[in-house]
Design a protein around this ligand. Structure first.
Ligand code: FAD
Length: 376
């Protein structure tokens, strides 16, 4: 049996594990990244790649905004295949009630230094001519970005490797903790610190982590250049994203550099299988057509699903796991893990290396969610 030793062993080479590996290796740690699959598989391959500032809570705002700024700083280094585009988001208001939410968001972001623009019905139509007539307006958040997550994860792992990180693919981790990662092929990896970045499967590796998989569907169309200019999200999305009991769908469409349109999105608890559900898909497409009738005439080229890692309080778990002094968590990012991966990596590395974080970290500490006895 072969046993290697590192400062940090990261389980999971999705966008979160990749970002953590890069951050820690860049700061001089000897890092191993372990995954049973490929780099940027898992939810990272399934995600939409919308780097979006959000305002459900102050903690969510702080993490998304911090991370969005880190993505912007990294932009000059990102290769073409990451397809970083600052297309902005328009939150679409269908009626006056949703228009009130536009004004609330505008005020919230305005007092926190995020530029936004309130669009009336006419301004909205001129920005997105293919939206149906009769919308009340919207909010343009111009600094939001879209990118292609699997290539972003690949880039981050390559950066980590340039700083000496070792990539160990094809290894399924059977247990982790007490400074040891054990794999199904008998490999044992020893490390001062272990980071569980296993996405929606993280709870299977660390008992007591309260997290549920939340299934999502996406569709990508053929190429329709110019049809869509911004990421468009219905304001009703907030209601459906918060629903915990029912399956929900919402209008959420994204322009890709290729001219393709990525159509989302759905949220389901209790759907364990990755198969596409035609009923959910039909509801999603119907919803998209209600906002953009032209979508009805488009060809879809692929549909797929993925699983978000959802915590009860909708915030990720970033930091030490109280039941094991060697173990850290970097998971539970639900529908925002692409956005918040870079900030997650920063504040995780700050904790491991005892540096001062740039934002308060308390809301994300796993100790808030621990069901395990705390080490004396
Ligand atoms: C439909 C959908 C749309 C989304 N849209 C967006 C969006 O627009 N913007 C946004 O910010 N976020 C979005 N998300 C969320 C985002 O995709 C995730 O939060 C993010 O990808 C999580 O990354 P991760 O690295 O934590 O997990 P993953 O990408 O799932 O990576 C976890 C890795 O751990 C590995 N692993 C797990 N268990 C083991 C084991 N036992 N042994 C070895 N390896 C293991 C897996 O193979 C996998 O590679 C979306 C998600 C979905 C499903």
């Amino acid at each position: 049996m072969k046993s290697d030793s590192y400062d940090v062993a990261i389980v999971g080479a999705g966008i979160v594990g990749a970002a953590c590996a890069n951050e820690l290796a860049r700061r001089g740690m000897r890092v191993a990244i372990i995954d049973r699959d490929v780099v940027g598989g898992g939810a990272t391959a399934a995600g939409m790649g919308h780097v979006v500032v959000m305002d459900d809570s102050e903690a969510q705002f702080a993490l998304t905004r911090y991370s969005q700024k880190l993505w912007k700083r990294l932009r000059p280094e990102l290769p073409e295949d990451v397809e970083y585009e600052q297309c902005g988001t328009i939150w679409v208001a269908a009626d006056d009630e949703e228009m009130a939410e536009v004004h609330r968001k505008h005020a919230f972001y305005g007092t926190r230094g995020v530029p936004t623009e309130v669009l009336d019905a006419r301004a909205l139509k001129s920005r997105e001519p293919n939206l149906r007539d009769g919308m009340a307006g919207g909010l343009l958040v111009s600094e939001d970005v879209v990118l292609y997550p699997p290539c972003a994860a690949k880039f981050l792992v390559e950066c980590a490797q340039k700083h000496g990180a070792q990539l160990r693919l094809g290894k399924s981790v059977t247990s982790l903790g007490d400074g040891l990662v054990a794999c199904d092929d008998g490999t044992e990896i020893r490390a001062e610190r272990i980071v569980n970045a296993g996405g929606a499967q993280a709870a299977q590796l660390t008992g007591g982590v309260e997290m549920k998989p939340r299934k999502g569907h996406l569709v990508i169309t053929d190429r329709y250049p110019g049809f869509l200019r911004h990421q468009l999200v219905e304001l009703g999305y907030l209601k459906s994203a918060h629903s915990v009991a029912t399956d929900s769908v919402a209008f959420n469409v994204q322009p890709r550099r290729t001219g393709q349109i990525l159509i989302g999105s759905s949220r389901q608890y209790g759907a364990e299988h990755k198969e596409v559900d035609p009923t959910i898909l039909a509801r999603m497409i119907r919803r998209a057509q209600e906002y953009m009738p032209g979508i009805g005439g488009m060809s879809a080229v692929r549909t797929w699903t993925g699983f978000r890692a959802a915590t009860p309080d909708k915030l990720p778990l970033i930091g030490p796991w109280p039941a094991d002094k060697t173990l850290y968590l970097a998971t539970g990012h639900e529908g925002l893990g692409i956005t918040t991966s870079l900030a997650t990596a920063r504040i995780l590395a700050d904790q491991i290396m005892e540096a001062k974080p740039e934002i308060p970290i308390e809301p994300y500490l796993p100790s808030r969610a621990s069901q395990e006895p705390i080490h004396a």
